[in-house]
Design a protein around this ligand. Structure first.
Ligand code: PEP
Ligand code: MN
Length: 356
């Protein structure tokens, strides 16, 4: 349940609510709203105390039971959208950050060239897989720690934040030494031990939607991370499995808009894995911006035709530069909208639709 304090509540009033919650075996998550303190009360399974326990206390304005199974990540818990800052990027704010880079880190030349190119366009975040979740064990599995070293050096050389996937708990202590953001891939969205482990770090997490995950399962996966104390989570829609295999996956943009209603966490779209086709990356990126996504993740490679993984969906530098230019009007409108009404989320389909 959520306890909303009165605007004039002081520290002792808040402490009293916390003490009462602890007496009932609950955990408390505190967040600062625009004007008030909100306290999320997390009870052990089946032991939710009565609302009266809190309602009777002075300086409590109202107490609401949360109707969704996920709590910390819900809009009920935190009505304002979260803004996640790291490196020079900001997810959920005025920016529309792009995470870009190759599917896999393959060589020093490949990742350094890509980093320099992205820097020249002002793209803040470099991606690259070091540990690759491949369907076949005979396909390229990634260069492991060597790739992490190259990614870190390339990012630092250009002042870019770096994002890479963590496939197992075992690799996590090593990866946190190199990465600025930890990616949990689709195939691990319900690896609960891994979710808890990244939840216990202080690194931002990019959580990708599972191949067949419902929106509720996706949000519960985010809740696993949040429940360990890490609320620096960015959700990523990367396409789901449907009956239609004309594209690699089906990009659920309706799901993106729904997520923006259900959660305060930023949501980005990965049009590369969502479609598996280079020609569809730009249109879906524009569509993502128009439905209110908070950024995109795109695969780009100096020579896509020679990529060791996902070449068919990777953009060349030329195609990426073109996409970057196409997105400028959407990004400007997003910033304008947030400046005009800072408390609303940035979906501006009506204006955006006429701008391009
Ligand atoms: C990736 O981003 O490289 C990746 C493997 O993505 P996904 O987990 O969405 O398939
Ligand atoms: Mn890939």
């Amino acid at each position: 349940m959520i306890v909303t304090m009165k605007p004039d509540a002081q520290l002792p009033d808040i402490e009293l609510v916390i003490e009462r919650a602890l007496q009932h075996g609950c955990r408390v998550h505190r967040s600062q709203g625009d004007e008030r303190i909100l306290l999320g009360i997390l009870a052990p399974a089946g032991c939710l105390p009565s609302i009266d326990v809190f309602e009777a206390l002075p300086c409590v304005d109202r107490v609401v039971r949360i109707s969704t199974p996920y709590k910390l990540v819900s809009r009920e818990h935190q009505p304002e959208g979260s803004v996640i800052h790291f490196a020079s990027a900001q997810f959920g704010g005025e920016q529309f950050p792009i995470i870009a880079g190759p599917c896999s880190v393959e060589s020093e030349a490949q990742i350094f060239e890509t980093a320099a190119f992205l820097k020249s366009l002002g793209v803040p975040l470099l991606r690259g897989g070091a540990f690759k979740p491949r369907t076949s064990p005979y396909e390229f599995q990634g260069l492991g720690e060597e790739a992490l070293r190259l990614l870190r050096r390339a990012g630092s050389a250009q002042g870019l934040g770096v994002v890479t996937e963590v496939m197992s708990e075992q690799d996590l202590p090593m990866i946190v030494e190199y990465a600025d953001m930890l990616q949990i891939g689709s195939r691990n969205m319900q690896n609960f031990a891994l979710l808890k482990a990244v939840g216990a770090t202080n690194k931002p997490v990019l959580l990708k939607r599972g191949l067949s995950a419902t929106i509720q399962e996706f949000l519960l996966a985010a809740e696993y991370i949040a429940s360990q104390g890490n609320l620096h989570i960015v959700l990523c829609e990367r396409g789901i499995r449907t009956f239609d295999n004309s594209t690699r996956n089906t990009c659920d943009l309706g799901g993106v808009s729904l997520l923006k209603e259900l959660t305060h966490l930023p949501v980005v779209v990965d049009p590369s894995h969502a479609t598996g086709r280079r020609s569809l990356v730009a249109p879906l990126s524009r569509a993502a911006a128009a439905v209110g996504a908070d950024g995109i993740m795109v695969e780009v490679h100096p020579m896509p035709e020679e990529a060791l993984s996902d070449g068919q969906q990777s953009l060349s530098f030329g195609a990426f530069a073109d996409l970057h230019q196409q997105l400028a009007p959407y990004v400007n409108l997003r910033a304008l909208q947030l400046r005009l009404s800072p408390t609303t989320d940035a979906a501006v389909p009506a204006i955006v639709a006429s701008s391009k």
